[in-house]
Design a protein around this ligand. Structure first.
Ligand code: HH2
Length: 278
């Protein structure tokens, strides 16, 4: 029997922070730092103590140019961590039903699928059956090649139409709409200007009526905006600026590496928006 869960927006009050934990050798921002389960577990606890509402654990890098990994390899990387972090709210960053299924058995309450249910036809059933939360993200192309030549006539309307379609697909596959959040996929087949436009016109995505998640943290566009055309990562202060801007344009959840700093920055932005202190 699936556990009864509140709607996404009740479980994760805006603005909520999702802390990133990559148990990979090759992630662009923290690759190799948390491959040892002990280090990953300590970091997960730290992210929650700093104010993360949920920790997003990923075992496959999706940085531009990354090679795919097998379900077995993902499981080898995440299972020891999941087994040891009972009590910590977990999202599993995977596109594979086998990985999501094991993670949910071990307590994960969200599936973060960068393919928006296009990667593995069996994933929707895992989400529906266990009634877990789901993030549907937009990506043009695939990680290996997506930054080669991203092309849109109007990036915002294409991303919104895509996510509207994936939301309908998820609901048709038996997933409750109020479990789902939508993500424009910053950096996933988008040039710097396209990432900026997606944040500036985020209201078009918010208008679909589901909470919006934005992950701009440490992405290369931030370094490029600051004047380095070859940047592969962005700084923490640049990431904070992006998180606050996304929140001000309606984002409900921010996926970030620097949790404490983001929680504090968002607390001020939220106090300004509401004209109230916590
Ligand atoms: N970005 C990354 C990975 N997963 N999921 C969602 N929903 N939204 C994002 O913007 C997003 C994501 C890439 O960042 P990171 O996890 O730091 O790097 P890598 O993919 O190299 O592990």
């Amino acid at each position: 029997m699936a556990r009864e869960r509140p709607p996404f927006e009740e479980r994760f009050e805006r603005p909520a922070v999702m802390g990133v934990l990559n148990v990979t050798p090759d992630s662009f921002s923290d690759g190799g730092r948390f491959l040892r389960p002990g280090d990953a577990i300590d970091h997960a606890r730290r992210l929650v103590s700093e104010g993360a509402a949920i920790v997003d654990i990923g075992a496959e890098s999706t940085r531009p140019g990354a090679e795919p990994v097998s379900a077995d390899e993902e499981l080898v990387r995440v299972v020891p961590v999941l087994e040891a972090i009972g009590g910590i709210p977990v999202s599993i960053d995977t596109s594979k039903a086998a990985v999501a299924s094991r993670a949910v058995e071990l307590g994960a309450e969200m599936v973060n699928d960068v393919t928006a249910l296009r990667g593995d036809p069996a994933l929707a059933e895992v989400v529906a059956e266990h009634d877990v939360y789901l993030c549907l993200m937009h990506m043009q192309g695939e990680p290996r090649t997506m930054q080669a030549a991203p092309r849109y006539d109007d990036v915002v309307s294409e991303v919104v139409a895509f996510l509207e379609g994936r939301l309908e697909h998820a609901v048709a596959r038996g997933i409750r709409e109020d479990r789902i959040c939508l993500d424009p996929g910053i950096g996933f087949g988008k040039a710097v200007e396209q990432n900026l436009e997606l944040v500036r016109r985020l209201d078009a995505l918010v208008a679909l009526g589901r909470p919006v998640l934005v992950g701009f943290s440490r992405k290369s566009s931030l370094g490029r905006i600051l004047g380095d055309p070859t940047a592969t990562v962005g700084t923490m202060p640049a990431s904070l600026g992006a998180a606050v801007a996304a929140f001000e344009h309606g984002a409900s959840m921010l996926r970030v590496h620097d949790v404490l700093e983001t929680v504090e920055a968002l607390a001020i932005a939220a106090a300004v928006e509401r004209n109230a202190i916590a």
